[in-house]
Design a protein around this ligand. Structure first.
Ligand code: GDP
Length: 445
């Protein structure tokens, strides 16, 4: 996988230190990197061009805030613009009609229409407390009708039977009639798959649309489709007034650039993301998070903000001054570091914002444990007297026993915590104060 955009930009940034503005001369190289990142994420070329032009216009002449350099500032602008492009519009399903609210599913064969129909049924039942009916208008593949029956059952919704010898329009009318009579809130209509854009099938789905007058016409598209997504999207947009997009197979390793292409071409909001083959693998689309994925850098921007919010620069400065002035790093300082870690939203919430590869390396399970460890360490330090905290070297066997009892842990754990504290103290000595602020700034900026 290509290196993250942020890494590439920071390499460039080395050549433009001290520049406080994004200018025509420094923006070109940076935009070239952004363009590469978008193309690698499989955003369609014309969409990339438009996007870059918009970013350039926004970025030129921007003052670069305080501690940021032009590269970081540009990442921020790109990220924001990406999220705005993909994220405008309403999420979730519009149900503000006289029931039954009809939802028409459109898309190529294999895009995930049938699976998504069942996922949506489950979503509407569980989250919106609706009574849901599904029906398949795919008269060409009996297997597709059976598939919908199976997954509808898994979703806990009701399935309306249809057969290969019926006309799609008749199926639709019968299903609507049944839904009305039996007081269903929602009717989900799955349609025939198309392997490629096909005139006859397009005419058929247009006719279905006219018959059903659905409140939602959802275009289901496979995130792995990459560059082709743009052509499919264009064809469906020309045939149907799309009201939303469902981007499936985001659990795959594509960077999901199709989101940007499809959104730009259709103008319809991306409402949901499919994230597994299973029936509960549907999420409300999160444009901010997806922008990070497209750029290949996780939700790094949110991470930076959170770190800045969490790290209390004043207390870091105090600590730095203290070390510089020769005072020893004591358990009070250790405690305040632990609580800063917690303020940053906990280790696992930080982890979620890292790029997937990094997060996988760190391992979710260990992070949960690390958080628990932090709480236990706090418990132990809180069981100490002020003198012990200032002079940890006083803590010998009997004091350890008392502290362990107070915190409800074993003596070995007190020993382990004191070891960790000593390692941290050694590190602080080596940094001689100045290093700490630098470290925090690097982390925060
Ligand atoms: P349809 O032809 O458009 O109705 O597509 P299907 O619903 O039959 O889905 C085609 C294949 O994609 C099936 O094997 C599904 O299990 C799979 N699929 C659908 N959505 C997702 C998803 O979000 N993630 C993954 N991994 N697979 C999916």
């Amino acid at each position: 996988m290509a290196s993250a955009l942020s890494d590439r930009l920071s390499k460039l940034v080395k050549t433009m230190r001290g520049q406080a503005r994004i200018t025509e001369s420094n923006v070109q190289d940076m935009l070239r990197e952004v363009r590469m990142a978008l193309l690698e994420a499989d955003v369609a070329l014309p969409v990339v061009r438009d996007f870059i032009a918009r970013v350039k216009e926004k970025a030129l002449g921007q003052e670069v805030a305080g501690s940021l350099n032009p590269g970081q500032a540009l990442v921020g602008i790109v990220h924001k613009e990406l999220a705005a492009t993909m994220g405008e519009g309403v999420s979730d399903i519009n149900l503000t009609v006289q029931p039954p609210a009809v939802i028409l599913m459109a898309g190529l064969q294999g895009a995930g229409k049938t699976t998504t129909t069942a996922k949506l049924a489950k979503h509407l039942i569980e989250r919106r407390k609706k009574k849901v009916l599904t029906v398949s208008a795919d008269v060409y593949r009996p297997a597709a009708i059976e598939q919908l029956k199976t997954v509808t059952r898994q979703a806990g919704a009701e399935w309306f039977p249809s057969q290969g010898d019926q006309k799609p329009r008749d199926i639709a009318l019968a299903a609507i009639d049944y839904a009305r009579k039996h007081h269903f809130d929602v009717l989900l209509v799955d349609t025939a798959g198309r392997l490629a854009i096909d005139e006859a099938l397009m005419a058929e789905i247009k006719d279905l649309h006219a018959t059903l007058t659905p409140i939602e016409t959802l275009f289901v598209v496979d995130a792995m489709q990459g560059q082709d997504a743009i052509n499919t999207a264009r064809a469906f947009k020309e045939a149907l007034p799309l009201t939303g997009i469902v981007l499936t197979k985001l659990d795959g390793d594509s960077r999901g650039g199709a989101a940007l292409s499809v959104r730009s071409i259709t103008g319809a909001p991306i409402k949901f993301a499919g994230v597994s083959e299973k029936i509960d693998g549907l999420e409300v689309f999160d444009a901010d998070r997806h922008a990070g994925r497209v750029l290949g850098m996780g939700d790094i921007v949110a991470l930076v903000e959170e770190v800045q919010k969490g790290v209390d620069m004043q207390s870091a400065q105090k600590l730095a001054d203290k070390i510089k002035s020769g005072d020893a790093f004591d358990l009070n300082d250790f405690l305040s570091q632990l609580s800063q870690m917690k303020k940053m939203g906990g280790l696992s919430s930080l982890l979620e914002k890292l790029p997937a590869e990094m997060a996988a390396k760190a391992g979710q399970a260990d992070m949960g444990k690390a958080e628990k460890d932090v709480r236990r360490m706090e418990g132990m330090i809180n069981s100490m007297t002020p003198l012990e905290r200032r002079k940890p070297d006083l803590i010998k066997a009997s004091r350890k026993r008392r502290i362990a009892a107070g915190a409800g842990v074993q003596v070995q754990e007190v020993n382990r915590m004191l070891n960790q504290f000593e390692q941290m103290r050694d590190m602080m000595k080596k940094m001689k104060g100045g290093g700490l602020m630098k470290m925090m700034k690097r982390f925060g900026g």
